[in-house]
Design a protein around this ligand. Structure first.
Ligand SMILES: Cc1cc2nc3c(=O)[nH]c(=O)nc-3n(C[C@H](O)[C@H](O)[C@H](O)COP(=O)(O)O)c2cc1C
Length: 496
C-alpha cells in the first residue's frame, strides 16, 4: 500500500526515437526490439506496457544532428546506430496517447534552432490530444553538426544559448499563459460566435532574438504550459533551471554532491520566488534485476558480451580512438608519443591507466552513479537509498533491452516497491502530468512560477529579464539568431 509518509518514486522510461540511445551495442541482442522503432506498433505496445506498470511517463530524448567527430566522421555512429537513424519524438505521442489514459509523455526540443511560434502550437496541440499529459525537455543542443544543419557555421556559445533559451520561453509563456483568456471560447451557436474576440490577444513580443506578434493559434489546453524538464550541470543551466524547470535531471559522484546540486537549484528557485518543492530531481538509472542471483549474473554476462566501446566513443564525440592502440599501452605513453587526438584524452583517465582498462570501462554495463543489480529486494533497497539519502525524487529508467528492461522492472521491482509503500498502486485517473508531480489541483503552472506572470497581459511588454550569469561580457549584447546566421553566411561566403 502506498505510504504517503514515505517518499514515492517517480519513474519515466528513458527513450529515444532511434535504435541505440545510451547503452550501445545491445541492438544486436536477439531479444531486443529496437530495429522496430519505425513501426507505430512498437510505440503503442511499449506505451501500453509502461502504463500497465503505472510509470509516470515515457521520456523521449532527441538530437537534431549527427555524432560526426569520432574517427573523423559519422561512420561509427551509423554502424553502431548511435542516435542515427532517428525520428521525430513528438510524432509518437498522439499514437501512444491513443492507447493509454494516464501515461505522461516528455519530449525533447531545442530552443536554439526552430522559432518559438510554431513550437507553441505543436505543444498546445499535444496537450489537447493527450488531455494534459505532455512535458517538454528543454535543451539548447550540444552537437556541432546540429548548428550546421540550421544555417550556422558552428555552435552558438554555451551561455549565449541559455540567453536565447531564456527569451524563447518568455515568448512561449506569453502565447500559452496570456494570449487567450480561459473563457475565450464560447461556442455560441445562437449568435454564431465560436470565440469571443475580446478575449484573445496579440503578444507583440519584440526582443533581442525573437519578434512575435501573436495571437497564439491554439485555445487554452489543460496545462497550457507543458511540464518543463531540463538537464544541466553548468552555472548558466542551473540559473535557467532555477527560473523555469519543474523537473531537473541531475547527478553527482556521491551523496554529498547530489544533495549539493539539488540544494543549489532549489535555492535558485527560491530566489525567483518559487516554492522550492516545485522542482523535482530525476536521475538516469541502470537496473538489472532477476528472480535469482543466477538469473542476474546470466543477464550481466549476456550484456557484457555486447556493449560497444566504439558506440560509446562515437556518442561522446571522442577525438581519440582507443581501439587503435595496443591494450597494454598507458595514457602516459599515448601523451608522450603525441598520438593522434592525445590532446583530447579526458583528465579523468589517469596516466598509469592502460588502453585496455579504458576500453573495459567503456564496455561496462553500469550506467553512472544510479546503477542497481540484483534480486527485487536488493534493487528496491538501492532505490530507497537514492530517494532518502541522495534526495532524488525519481529515475529515468535506462534500457538495456526493449521491452525486456521495462518488463523486468514492472514484473519484479514495482511489486516490491509497492509492498514497501514506495510506488503508486494506480494512477489518479485523468490527472494531468503536472498534477502527478506537484499534486492535485496543480494542472497549470503554480502562481509563483516565473511563467505565471504572463497571465497578466500588462507584463507582455516587459523586456526579458537576462539570466544572472556571471562572466557575461559587460554591455556587449549577444548576437541575435538572425545576426549569427548573417555572420555565418558571410563567413561561408568569405571561405567560398
Ligand atoms: C539525462 C539527460 C538527458 C539529456 N537529454 C538530452 C537530449 O535529449 N538532447 C540534447 O540535446 N541534450 C540532452 N542532454 C544534454 C543537456 O541538455 C545539456 O546539454 C547537458 O546536460 C549540459 O548542460 P549544461 O551545459 O547546462 O551543463 C541530456 C542530459 C542529461 C543529463
Amino acid at each position: 500500500m502506498a505510504d504517503t509518509q514515505k517518499k514515492q518514486l517517480h519513474v519515466n522510461l528513458f527513450e529515444m526515437n532511434c535504435v541505440s540511445h545510451i547503452i550501445h551495442g545491445m541492438w544486436v541482442h536477439p531479444d531486443n526490439n529496437r530495429h522496430r522503432f519505425n513501426d507505430i506498433e512498437f510505440w503503442t505496445e511499449l506505451a501500453q506496457l509502461v502504463e500497465y506498470g503505472t510509470f509516470d511517463g515515457i521520456f523521449l530524448a532527441d538530437v537534431v544532428g549527427a555524432y560526426d567527430q569520432y574517427r573523423g566522421g559519422y561512420g561509427a555512429a551509423l554502424e553502431e546506430s548511435v542516435q542515427i537513424p532517428n525520428n521525430d519524438p513528438f510524432l509518437l505521442i498522439p499514437a501512444m496517447a491513443q492507447v493509454t489514459k494516464n501515461l505522461g509523455f516528455g519530449a525533447t526540443f531545442s530552443t536554439t534552432y526552430e522559432p518559438p511560434f510554431s513550437f507553441a502550437r505543436r505543444i498546445s496541440t499535444l496537450d489537447h490530444l493527450t488531455k494534459g499529459r505532455v512535458g517538454w525537455n528543454i535543451v539548447t543542443s550540444y552537437l556541432p553538426n546540429a548548428a550546421e544543419n540550421f544555417g550556422l557555421s558552428g555552435e552558438v556559445p554555451h551561455d549565449e544559448r541559455y540567453h536565447i533559451a531564456n527569451e524563447y520561453v518568455d515568448v512561449l509563456y506569453k502565447l500559452w499563459e496570456g494570449s487567450w483568456e480561459d473563457d475565450a471560447v464560447i461556442q455560441d451557436r445562437e449568435n454564431r460566435v465560436y470565440t469571443d474576440p475580446s478575449k484573445v490577444h496579440y503578444i507583440n513580443h519584440v526582443g533581442q532574438h525573437f519578434k512575435v506578434k501573436g495571437p497564439h493559434l491554439s485555445q487554452p489546453s489543460r496545462q497550457r504550459t507543458p511540464v518543463l524538464f531540463q538537464a544541466t550541470g553548468s552555472n548558466a543551466g542551473k540559473e535557467f533551471a532555477g527560473r523555469h524547470a519543474e523537473v531537473v535531471f541531475t547527478g553527482g559522484n556521491d551523496t554529498r554532491s547530489v544533495r549539493a546540486n539539488i540544494a543549489d537549484m532549489r535555492a535558485r528557485a527560491t530566489a525567483y520566488g518559487r516554492d522550492p518543492s516545485h522542482i523535482k530531481f530525476i536521475s538516469g538509472a541502470g537496473i538489472i534485476v532477476g528472480r535469482t542471483s543466477d538469473e542476474v549474473s546470466a543477464k550481466l554476462d549476456d550484456y557484457r558480451r555486447l556493449i560497444s566501446a566504439e558506440g560509446r566513443m562515437a556518442h561522446s564525440q571522442s577525438k581519440i580512438d582507443y581501439t587503435a592502440f595496443p591494450e597494454h599501452v598507458t595514457v602516459a605513453e599515448l601523451i608522450t608519443r603525441q598520438v593522434s587526438g592525445y590532446e583530447h584524452i579526458p583528465p579523468r583517465f589517469r596516466p598509469e591507466q592502460t588502453v585496455g582498462e579504458i576500453l573495459a570501462q567503456m564496455r561496462a554495463v553500469n550506467y553512472g552513479r544510479y546503477f542497481a543489480v540484483g534480486t527485487p529486494e536488493i534493487v528496491a533497497d538501492e532505490i530507497e537509498k537514492w530517494l532518502d539519502e541522495d534526495g532524488i525524487d525519481g529515475i529515468n529508467l535506462v534500457q538495456y533491452l526493449s521491452f525486456g528492461t521495462a518488463r523486468d522492472f514492472i514484473e519484479l521491482v514495482v511489486p516490491e516497491l509497492r509492498r514497501r509503500g514506495r510506488f503508486r498502486e494506480r494512477y489518479n485517473d485523468g490527472e494531468t502530468l503536472r498534477e502527478r508531480l506537484l499534486g492535485p489541483g496543480l494542472a497549470r503552472l503554480p502562481a509563483n512560477h516565473y511563467g505565471a506572470r504572463f497571465r497578466d497581459r500588462a507584463n507582455f511588454q516587459l523586456p526579458t529579464e537576462p539570466l544572472n550569469i556571471p562572466g557575461q561580457t559587460s554591455g556587449e549584447q549577444p548576437l541575435s539568431m538572425h545576426e549569427q546566421r548573417e555572420r555565418a553566411a558571410a563567413n561561408a561566403g568569405a571561405r567560398a
